[in-house]
Design a protein around this ligand. Structure first.
Ligand code: ZN
Length: 64
């Protein structure tokens, strides 16, 4: 399993309403804080949920 680090760019499977799939990690821990690169909206999600939704990290395929 790949680690998620601060400043990583995550490509998620589902599109944000603004049209972007990419999020930047701005805080790590049990919960992750992600900022949408399309609209700058910030969300807080628990780690298992984020792990389920990731398609790529920094443009590379996410390996589970
Ligand atoms: Zn967005």
């Amino acid at each position: 399993m790949q680690k998620i680090k601060l400043d990583d760019v995550l490509t998620l499977k589902k599109k944000h309403p603004c049209g972007s799939f990419e999020w930047k990690v701005i805080r790590t821990g049990a919960d992750l804080k992600l900022k949408c690169l399309g609209c700058d909206r910030i969300v807080m999600l628990d780690r298992p949920t984020v792990l389920k939704r990731i398609k790529k990290i920094n443009g590379e395929k996410f390996l589970r």
